[in-house]
Design a protein around this ligand. Structure first.
Ligand code: FAD
Ligand code: NAP
Ligand code: SF4
Length: 675
């Protein structure tokens, strides 16, 4: 295969004053590295790898044009000449690598997590405890000047352009939308007046920076909030932004306060490309499609269909800095695909941690975690081909070690082979595919279908033994736990057991939630069918109407499910920071009943007997599925230690509590980096 596999993706884009080599735009993503001056060398290394990987145009994480526009206290800001210096490290690194980079100007408005926030009107956002101050007319002028000043400084810092963040519910959006702009002066009251703020910013930036500077405007094309802007007005905004001097319009989907998922793994690939396509006939500048586009064939299809002129990918380039190079040379199988889990990127951003990537722990750690070639190859045994073992074996072999990977089952993947069966988690198969390719590329000897024993490892002549044997599901001790109605989540997900129509789940952790989603959804998941998914979440397929919303119409559940936990408090409270609400909403839509503070009294032919708040109840269920957590599987440790070996334990075999694939892959990769 050659570059012609994706001819549209790899055709240059002429912007008049410069030509981009391909149609890949690395979308803006907050990494946390942009917030502190001392992290700029790390930020530069992170962007350099993406530029070397061939990305056509990079956009930085959001940088505020002034103090009141901060996302949080001391977040990234560019408003003074002395703040330019650190940005030059970034722009030089990208230019040295042959890339181009734009600075995203993001004024948080009422989404700022601090007491200085301002907005079009003094209306508090439902997701922020801080109430903004409504701007005076003079204050509005000051914000516009701050944007223009920031763009000027960006040019001085060596950026090739700026992206003006006009979507996701930030300040510009707050002016644009009647939902948040209640003004009756020159900046509100009619659609024309509400859009004046955005238009003035673009017009005056263009006037300031001249013609040969990229000016991307991120336009909110589907707000997905009640009273959101309707389509006709969005078209009007796009035309005005084009006339004001933008070079490119990027697509923004949903406000942060929207109750529709927009980038989670359960969102179908390219779910929102249709809205960019809908705008195409109305403007003549290049349009960028975005959200859940993670593989080259999806990007190519959008471009070939004329739905957009460029493709924005943010997280996929966190997952694989060489995405573009691999796609261009037809090595699609080698791409480390973003599975849209949000666990190490967006969740970290919201937890004030530096972002990384579940499938690529090197993301944002390029200066400290390196997989350099070894001068002293070792013979290494890795036992278990779950995420921990796969990462360890791939990295160790990639560095030049001789690795044998033992796996008891007939296929690699470990628990990911169960995870990928959950509706909306189909992407997890991509990680298994990626590691499978890596094993072959780096000549890892794969011994599948072999439950290796300690004796075999001891006589194998290995320099290092890594135990990545994972977990065993925790057993429960209540009366009747061995009743035929009772089974483990493993039996349900691998198809050994088919439950009845009424099911109780013991345990409401991540796996309890996932199994509930599996049980209420027998048919293929809506996450692979855009129109069914839109109906489920109440998004209008024609993107018309206020906020492009309609009444959600979830499909009827396949089963009646109870999800139980012993502890009090909201079930699912420990689920992902940015995705937990989606799982809770999805189960609510399928009428799953959640119960906290449950005491399990026992199982008999009638069902599951429980006590809640001193009241005994019988849940007359056909099946009881145990999802009560996991214990480490360390069957080989004692035998190895008795023979004087010191095995390395990683993933679930090391610590099963609060284990996730992020920790498993990180631990496996870091161990292998040190061999
Ligand atoms: P495992 O994946 O358990 O792999 C261990 C492997 O070792 C197995 O393949 C086993 O067969 C093999 N093995 C054991 N003993 C031997 C032996 N003696 N010889 C040879 N082979 C042996 N995590 C997330 O981060 N995000 C999610 O969204 C998520 N969703 C999940 C959904 C479900 C339904 C499930 C079940 C898990 C999910 N997880 C998720 C958890 C994630 O899959 C685990 O954290 C991860 O798989 C742990 O990796 P591991 O390599 O330590 O162990
Ligand atoms: P978990 O999150 O630890 O949840 C276990 C559940 O079982 C809890 O609800 C617990 O609540 C209950 N429980 C524990 N001991 C019990 C006992 N003896 N009897 C009855 N109930 C008991 O574990 P998990 O759901 O198995 O998930 C395993 C790991 O996979 C998690 O650490 C998670 O990070 C990961 N995972 C992540 C995702 C994700 O979306 N990020 C999805 C799936 C899995 P009570 O003690 O209150 O009853
Ligand atoms: Fe994608 Fe998950 Fe990595 Fe974020 S952490 S970039 S969502 S794979």
């Amino acid at each position: 295969m050659t570059a012609t596999t994706y001819p549209h993706l790899f055709s240059p884009l002429d912007l008049g004053f410069c030509t981009l080599p391909n149609r890949v735009l690395m979308g803006s993503m907050h990494t946390g590295l942009e917030d502190r001056s001392r992290d700029f060398p790390k930020l530069a290394a992170y962007f350099r790898e993406r530029a070397e990987g061939g990305v056509g145009l990079i956009v930085t994480g959001g940088v505020s044009p002034n103090l009141v526009g901060w996302l949080k206290p001391f977040a990234a800001k560019l408003s003074w000449p002395w703040e330019i210096h650190k940005h030059r490290i970034v722009t030089k690194a990208v230019h040295d690598a042959g890339g181009r980079i734009c600075l995203q100007i993001l004024h948080a408005g009422r989404y700022g997590y601090h007491p200085l926030t301002v907005s079009a009107s003094a209306l508090q956002a439902p997701i922020n405890p801080f109430k903004p101050r409504g701007l005076s007319a003079w204050g509005v002028e000051r914000q516009i000047k701050a944007y223009v000043n920031c763009a000027r400084l960006a040019r001085e810092a060596g950026y090739d352009g700026v992206e003006v963040m006009g979507s996701e519910g930030y300040l510009i959006n707050q002016f644009l939308s009647a939902r948040t702009n209640k003004r009756s002066d020159a900046w509100g009251g009619t659609p024309e007046k509400r859009m004046r703020f955005a238009v003035e910013i673009v017009r005056r930036i263009r006037e300031q920076v001249g013609k040969d500077f990229i000016l991307i405007y991120r336009l909110s094309m589907a707000e997905l909030v009640p009273e959101g802007t309707a389509w006709d007005e969005i078209v009007q905004q796009a035309k005005a932004i084009e006339a004001a001097g933008a070079t490119i319009i990027n697509t923004g989907i949903g406000w942060h306060e929207a109750r529709v998922p927009t980038i989670a793994t359960s969102v179908p690939r390219a779910a929102f490309a249709g809205v960019t396509a809908k705008l195409k006939p109305h403007v003549s500048l290049p349009l960028v499609a975005t959200n859940r586009i993670n593989m080259p064939e999806v990007a190519e299809r959008i471009l070939a269909a004329g739905q957009a002129d460029m493709i924005s990918m943010a997280r996929p380039l966190l997952a694989d800095p060489l995405w573009v190079k691999k796609a261009r040379s037809g090595r699609t199988n080698e791409i480390n695909t973003c599975i849209a889990c949000n666990q190490a990127c967006l969740d970290h951003a919201f937890e004030n941690k530096i972002a990384s990537c579940l499938v690529n722990p090197r993301a944002c750690a390029e200066t400290e975690l390196n997989y350099t070639k070894t001068n002293a190859p070792k013979k290494i045994a890795v036992v278990g081909a779950g995420p921990a073992g796969l990462a360890c074996a791939s990295v160790a072999a990639g560095r030049g070690h001789r690795v044998t990977l033992f796996e008891a089952s007939a296929e690699i993947g470990g628990q990911f082979n169960l995870a990928k069966k959950i509706p909306g988690k189909e992407e997890f198969q991509e990680t298994v595919r990626y590691f499978g390719t890596q094993l072959v590329l780096h000549a890892v000897e794969q011994r599948l279908g072999q439950r290796i024993t300690a004796a075999e490892l001891i006589t194998g002549g290995f320099d290092e033994i890594v135990l990545a044997t994972g977990i065993v599901p925790r057993k429960v001790g209540f009366p009747g736990a061995d009743h035929p109605k009772v089974c483990s989540y493993v039996d349900v997900l691998n198809g050994t057991v088919r439950t009845g129509n009424k099911v109780a789940l013991i345990g409401a952790g991540g796996i309890g939630f996932d199994v509930a989603e599996f049980l209420v959804q027998d048919a293929p998941s809506p996450s692979v069918d855009i129109s069914r998914w839109m109906a489920e979440w109440g998004v209008r397929a024609d993107f018309e109407g206020p906020g492009a919303l309609t009444k959600p119409a979830p499909e009827a559940p396949e089963r009646q499910v109870w999800l139980l936990q012993r502890s009090t408090g909201k079930p699912g409270a420990k689920l992902g920071k940015t995705t937990g609400w989606i799982h809770r909403a999805a189960l609510k839509a399928k009428q799953v009943q959640t119960l906290s503070g449950v005491e399990y009294l026992g199982v008999d032919d009638a069902g599951l007997r429980i006590r809640v708040q001193d009241k005994e109840q019988l849940l007359a269920v056909d099946s009881i599925v145990i999802c009560a957590g996991q214990e480490p599987l360390r069957a080989l440790v004692d035998g190895l230690k008795a023979a004087g070996k010191s095995p390395h334990l990683i993933g679930g075999a090391d610590v099963a509590t609060e284990l996730d694939a992020k920790r498993a892959i990180d631990q496996g990769s870091r161990l292998a980096a040190g061999f």
